[in-house]
Design a protein around this ligand. Structure first.
Ligand code: FCB
Length: 467
């Protein structure tokens, strides 16, 4: 396959800095398939997706986009697009099936091959260690609410640094620990599907600890030039009005949605207001001496996943809720404007707000957009084309917001589009398509959507042709 013809006479009006990274992102369980091959054992998502009623249509990741067998084709696609970087995740149960003990060689080989092929294609591999697929055995032993899981994670990080450290230079410990803790253990819409505020808060703490322990291990095992990062889905939360009770509702969501991770990881402390807000749930005695210092391991960048903002007011939320300690004080209001197929509002200003906030609160920490994108009901028309103008408009608006944040002094180093391929969208199964490459799941045929061609042009041009 040759590169797309991206020659254009239109220069970039919004040009991104030299060296800006242009990537696409995926996650293991969402694309790999091969769920029972080469020694892989079930993760919590295999178990959850087999539990009736948890995933739309009873879909599972058993086959997904069959990436495990089509990795060469998928890398060739990225090469055509001209991406500089590819963010993928490693399936823990593929390389250390029980979450303990020695690694499985075939599992490691798959990721070694992936990294080598990326490097051959001139694409920088960016590996995420945990994108939600906890080995089921570790969940059976207590999962993230259980302290031991953090130590197991650090051991797994060591295995991976040893196996891939010579070829992968950029590492992310966790993807969106908020979702892992609060959707997994709080409202139960994600695996493992538990519904307990206490379990969710314990999980959040142990994820912070796991991150810090793993970051230290990676630092020790990787060459000095390697970069260590963490990806958070920070909530761009806005109060519906300036009334004190609405402002307080936004403060509560900021505490349990954002600062619960930012404060331990960047400042080695728990937010005092969060501890107060959650006093009826826990006294936080599961936080042991030294844990917060461990969580605050130095990082080379912060990854941000952004899709849409949240508008909140005083009120109460349905139960079970992913907002431990805030559910009886906060109501989520529909944000105005157009929506994606996820029913998520399209609002690029939220991304700008987040980046400018981080510029101020975390000076000196480079930022990377590790996910941004949108689902629409795409289909291949009779001529085989997939027209997705809404996605192009969404991406354009969000890249323009990133550009605006750069102009305002935010240190943004790269942008990873979610996602390369249509894939298993967690509780929505295959009903939501986020890819810039369409996947016909019956045949596994890949077709570039118009947005893929558009993104290739943006990359070739180094920016947007219109403001
Ligand atoms: C994020 C997840 C990613 C994908 C997008 C749509 O929360 O990290 O796996 O599902 O949402």
């Amino acid at each position: 396959m040759t590169a797309l013809d991206t020659r254009t006479d239109t220069p970039a009006v919004l040009r991104f800095p030299e060296g800006f990274r242009w990537g696409t992102a995926t996650a293991a369980y969402q694309i790999e398939g091969a769920a029972a091959e080469d020694g892989r054992t079930p993760s919590i998502w295999d178990t959850f997706s087999r539990t009736p009623g948890k995933v739309r249509n009873g879909d599972t990741g058993d086959i997904a986009a069959d990436h495990y067998h089509r990795v060469d084709e998928d890398i060739a696609l990225m090469r055509r697009l001209g991406v500089t970087d590819y963010r993928f995740s490693i399936a823990w149960p593929r390389v250390q099936p029980t979450g303990r003990g020695p690694a499985v060689r075939k599992g490691l080989d798959f990721y070694r091959r992936l990294a080598d092929s990326l490097l051959d294609a001139g694409i920088r591999p960016v590996a995420t260690l945990y994108h939600w697929d906890l080995p089921q055995e570790l969940e059976d032993a207590g999962g993230w609410p259980h302290r031991e899981t953090a130590y197991r994670f650090a051991e797994y990080a060591d295995i991976m640094a040893d196996a891939l450290g010579d070829r992968v230079a950029t590492w992310t410990t966790l993807n969106e620990p908020w979702c892992a803790a609060f959707l997994g253990y709080g409202n139960g819409v994600h695996a493992p599907g538990r519904t307990s505020d206490l379990a969710a808060l314990r999980a959040a703490h142990h994820l912070n600890l796991a991150h810090g322990l793993a970051a230290r291990v990676l630092r020790g095992a990787l060459p000095g030039s390697a970069e260590v990062s963490l990806t958070l889905n920070l909530h761009a939360v806005r109060a519906r009005s300036q009334a004190p009770e609405d402002v307080d509702a936004a403060r509560r969501i900021d505490a349990v949605g954002n600062r619960i991770f930012l404060d331990p990881v960047f400042h080695g402390r728990l937010p005092e207001d969060l501890v107060r807000d959650t006093a009826a749930v826990t006294d936080w005695s599961f936080v042991q001496d030294g844990d917060l210092a461990a969580a605050a391991a130095p990082l080379d960048s912060l990854g941000i996943n952004y899709y849409s903002p949240a508008v909140v007011a005083a009120g109460s939320s349905e139960s079970p809720s992913p907002w431990a300690g805030a559910e009886r004080h906060v109501r989520f209001e529909p944000a105005p404007g157009p929506r994606t197929a996820m029913d998520w509002p399209v609002d690029a200003d939220g991304l700008h707000e987040l980046l400018v906030r981080l510029r101020d609160e975390l000076p000196g920490v480079p930022l990377v957009i590790t996910e941004n994108g949108a689902a629409y009901d795409d289909y291949a028309d009779p001529s085989g084309q997939v027209k997705d103008p809404e996605r192009v408009a969404y991406l354009h608006a969000h890249l323009a917001a990133v550009h605006r944040a750069l102009a305002d002094g935010a240190d943004v180093r790269g942008y990873f589009l979610w996602s390369l391929l249509d894939n298993f969208e967690w509780a929505y199964g295959y009903s939501k398509r986020f890819g810039i490459v369409h996947v016909d799941f019956a045949t596994q045929r890949r077709t570039l959507k118009d947005s893929a061609r558009w993104y290739a042009e943006v990359i070739a041009r180094g920016g947007l042709a219109e403001s």
